[in-house]
Write a protein that binds this ligand. Structure first.
Ligand code: SF4
Ligand code: SF4
Length: 500
């Protein structure tokens, strides 16, 4: 019996959505049906509710998430980050990257198929609108080729109108994550002439999202997404992916009811003892062998129906093996399971498995590589937890004004001028008072007592004044920074005077 071989890999020389002349081949995927599609649909509803709802959720009057790159204000899970926290933010990003790498090494592109916003919007929102208006794949192909009749104009206008509407919804939400819902409402309630910057930003985002979901589509995953590009170096033989079982499926071929089943001989020997046919169709091959007629190679379980290719939103044939274009959307699993049910063969010809799982029937999750990444991830998480928990809610910098010396005030006191910067990383406004510790020095803030809004930085100046009472002058003064009676910081600063 010939050993099933993986299919030839000439497909690696070109992508499925571009023809030899370099022209885009539009993908018309058949609408998937099945258990995985149902689960993905339910999950997508939950994810969409979170994505659209999150900017409106407030804790203590503050958004849970804010990525205001314009004003350099960042809020993650209610924690305020300022530009001074850049190292923390960078470490969090590195930790997230290691998590993604570890997750991909073990579970392949599970994220792409189930959680990625691009896939969620494309397959669960825009594609569903398309199926609803234009019908399934064949109807869409016919419509694309049909001349421009009133019916076609109506369908296309309705589809693209809804696409624009959803793109506008996404654009507004995207902006809400950047400038907050208050800033967004302000822009929306003003005329474009009053807030031209905000208006243009919204229009630009709508245009980008509309172009991505109505035109670029799978090309974003194939050619733009950096995560997709990383698959080649992240996946190994043990990574779990949507995979075609070529050992079981090959050689593929149209179903032949008379073909021998690909089951093994159970060595019951009844055929020899009775010199007659056994009840199992394996006998066909035994008889052929006995009579010297070479049996046809038994076919695999793939009946070459092509449904797994027809449902694929990136236009690939999963039977060619793991490919970078595959976003693990599971549509081919559902399609093939339905076929297997019909031809009375076990499900799972296409399934979640690793290359080694298919080849050797062994699955390994905790490979040395996965363990190494896990150890690194644990160390990073621990470092993040420690840095975040030991992080102060307020940062204060108090420095003597550059180039300044002491100032003698009519022989009654000596003063030094200082500048301060206070960073408020809490979600509360902090009215500040500066108190010189030790009792002798007095603090005079320039321009009154400052109050620092949440997530903001306030800068100002103050004088430290020590009376000339004959008791000398301190070389250092401890300044206590307080808010509402609570001491936030103690800073020791140098003091210049005539004696030093
Ligand atoms: S859906 Fe299954 S049986 Fe049909 S071609 Fe694909 S792998 Fe083969
Ligand atoms: S081969 Fe296509 S249909 Fe199958 S999981 Fe990958 S992207 Fe989805």
């Amino acid at each position: 019996m010939s050993i099933p071989q993986p299919p030839k890999d000439d497909f690696r020389n070109h992508i499925a959505t571009v023809d030899e002349a370099g022209k885009r081949l539009w993908v018309f995927p058949k609408q998937p049906e099945g258990r995985f599609y149902q689960r993905r649909t339910l999950l997508s509803y939950l994810l969409l509710a979170i994505l659209f709802g999150l900017p409106w959720i407030r804790v203590g009057g503050e958004p849970v998430f804010l990525f205001n790159v314009l004003e350099r204000r960042f809020i993650l899970f209610g924690l305020h980050f300022t530009p001074q926290d850049f190292h923390l933010f960078a470490l969090l990003m590195v930790t997230a990257m290691v998590f993604i790498v570890l997750f991909t090494v073990v579970f392949g592109r599970l994220f792409c198929g189930w959680v990625c916003p691009q896939t969620t919007f494309m397959e669960m929102v825009f594609r569903k609108i398309e199926y609803w208006i234009e019908g399934d794949a064949n109807a869409q192909k016919r419509l694309a080729k049909a001349p421009w009749t009133p019916d076609k104009v109506r369908k296309k206008a309705l589809k693209h109108g809804l696409f624009l509407l959803v793109s506008a919804l996404i654009a507004h939400t995207f902006l809400a994550y950047i400038i907050g819902t208050d800033g967004l409402l302000e822009i929306v309630q003003q005329s474009p002439l009053e807030a031209p910057g905000g208006f243009l930003a919204i229009v630009a985002f709508i245009g980008i999202f509309y172009a991505v979901f109505s035109y670029m589509r799978e090309q974003v995953c194939i050619a733009v997404c950096p995560y997709g590009r990383l698959q080649g170096v992240l996946l190994d033989d043990d990574s779990v992916n949507v995979i075609y079982d070529y050992e079981r499926g090959e050689p593929r071929g149209k179903i032949d009811r008379g073909q021998p089943k690909r089951t093994s001989c159970t060595s019951c020997a009844s055929c020899r003892e009775n010199n007659s046919a056994c009840t199992d169709r394996i006998l066909q091959r035994m008889e052929d062998n006995l009579t010297g007629i070479a049996p046809p190679p038994p076919k695999g379980d793939c009946i070459d129906c092509g449904l797994c290719v027809q449902v694929c939103p990136t236009g690939i044939d999963i039977r060619n093996g793991i490919q970078m274009e595959c976003i693990n959307c599971t549509a081919c699993i559902d399609a093939c399971d339905a076929v297997m049910d019909k031809v009375d063969r076990p499900r799972g010809l296409i399934r979640y498995d690793s290359e080694r799982g298919v080849r050797e029937g062994k699955r390994r999750i905790w490979t040395p590589r996965a363990m190494a990444y896990s150890a690194l991830l644990l160390a990073l998480v621990a470092l993040n937890v420690w840095l975040l928990s030991s992080r102060d809610g307020v940062d204060v910098i108090l420095l003597r004004a550059p180039g300044s010396l002491y100032h003698t005030e009519a022989d009654t006191a000596v003063s030094n001028l200082y500048t301060y910067q206070v960073v408020n990383k809490t979600g509360l406004e902090l009215p500040l008072t500066f108190v010189a510790d030790g009792g002798r020095a007095e603090v005079r803030t320039v321009g009154g007592t400052p109050a620092v809004p949440p997530g903001e930085i306030v800068e100002g100046a103050l004088f430290l004044v020590v009376p000339a009472d004959g008791n000398g002058y301190p070389d250092e003064i401890v300044v206590s920074v307080r808010s509402g009676g609570e001491e936030l910081k103690r800073i020791t600063t140098s003091f210049l005077h005539p004696s030093n």
